[in-house]
Ligand binder design. Structure first.
Ligand SMILES: NC(=O)c1ccc[n+]([C@@H]2O[C@H](COP(=O)([O-])OP(=O)(O)OC[C@H]3O[C@@H](n4cnc5c(N)ncnc54)[C@H](O)[C@@H]3O)[C@@H](O)[C@H]2O)c1
Length: 317
């Protein structure tokens, strides 16, 4: 059955892939975005790739109840991705981070409960902080280390409270280091895969914060979009929290080695001091999302990096 869905932050990196998959499946999509980090080109690219899809773009903020009300009209569910997704920026501007990430979430949840919409909330692996567990499972105690992590976790707590108080179905999907085409590569807040691809293509030394032995569960964006749609379309009740990841484990040094091979580059990295609020190791236990939604990652680290590097080469050469 096709439906109409709202995607907040739909002009962003992950949002544009969620929108694309929804349109490919025949759903009508409304994007609400203030274009602070998102780009119109992302949606133009999606429109060009998926001809005939029904896509409406509302420019506005999730912090504005009237903008959210306008965008949500007639929508059956919402994927709430709009946020300022940067640890570094949150350390510099914690109040701004709170406003977009927490207040914005409460406004979206409030509209969803008034309209009877299902909610999928973009949670973050940053909720776990640095803990000894080899795999981060959802029943670990949360330990946010940065204002960003605290803001994303505060959004989750609101999701739990709204599900309990109003009986709303909500799925919190905790993303782990998402990478792929359309991630902004040239901002001080860029994700590491995008930043490395861009540096290698420009012949500049990639910058590694710390010794590069930090490890991450890098997850290809198409897998994330599939997981989000499963969360939206599967019947659930109350608030479910699931990791959405690959369950892999690669260091930043590994990542750079593979990308340098693809790029045929011998550029040596420069090392900067470790980042304030960064976690050392992050790897997901994905048994809960497998059991609840039947999710299985499909794109391996190497395959995802190859697709991503090729996209940056085509786009920024
Ligand atoms: N990229 C990752 O690895 C990762 C990991 C964990 C969680 N997340 C979460 O996934 C979501 C999407 O992240 P992304 O990587 O695609 O980042 P992004 O910056 O590309 O996307 C965020 C989008 O939200 C929009 N936005 C910001 N504030 C807004 C507001 N007040 N009103 C309307 N739109 C607003 C931006 O313009 C942008 O289009 C975020 O909630 C982020 O916290 C991302």
């Amino acid at each position: 059955m096709t439906s109409k869905y709202l995607v907040t932050g739909g002009a962003g990196f992950i949002g544009s892939h969620v929108v694309e998959l929804m349109l490919r499946r025949g759903h009508a999509v409304v994007v609400l975005d203030n274009f602070s980090t998102g780009k119109r080109e992302n949606l133009e690219q999606v429109r060009a790739d998926v001809r005939g899809g029904e896509l409406t773009v509302v420019e506005g903020s999730v912090t504005s109840p009237s903008d959210v009300e306008r965008a949500a009209a007639g929508c059956r569910g919402v994927v709430h991705l709009a946020a300022l997704p940067s640890v570094v920026r949150s350390v510099e501007e914690p109040v701004e981070s709170h406003e977009h990430n927490v207040t914005g979430t409460v406004v979206v949840l409030d509209r969803a409960r008034r309209n009877g919409m299902k909610v999928v909330y973009a949670g973050s692996s940053s909720a776990y902080g640095d803990q000894d567990a080899a795999y981060k499972s959802e029943d670990l105690r949360e330990m946010p280390l940065s204002p960003y992590a605290a803001s994303k976790l505060a959004g989750e707590l609101y999701c739990r409270s709204f599900a309990r108080v109003y009986g709303m179905p909500i799925v919190v999907t905790r993303f782990f280091n998402v990478f792929g085409p359309r991630q902004t590569p040239d901002s001080p807040y860029s994700g590491v895969v995008a930043a490395f691809c861009f540096a290698l293509l420009r012949g500049k030394a990639p910058r590694i914060d710390g010794d590069g032995l930090q490890s991450r569960d890098f997850t290809y964006v198409a897998d994330v979009a599939r997981g989000v749609l499963l969360a939206l379309e599967t019947t659930t009740s109350g608030c479910e929290t699931v990791n959405l990841a690959c369950a892999g484990n690669h260091t930043i040094n590994d990542l750079l080695r593979v990308l340098r091979e693809y790029a045929g580059s011998t550029l040596q990295p420069v090392h900067a001091p470790p980042r304030n609020g960064d976690v050392m190791h992050s790897r997901a236990d994905i048994s809960r999302i497998r059991a609840l939604l039947g999710f299985q990652p499909e794109v391996t680290f190497d395959e995802g990096l190859r697709k991503t590097y090729d996209w940056y080469r085509r786009t920024y050469r």
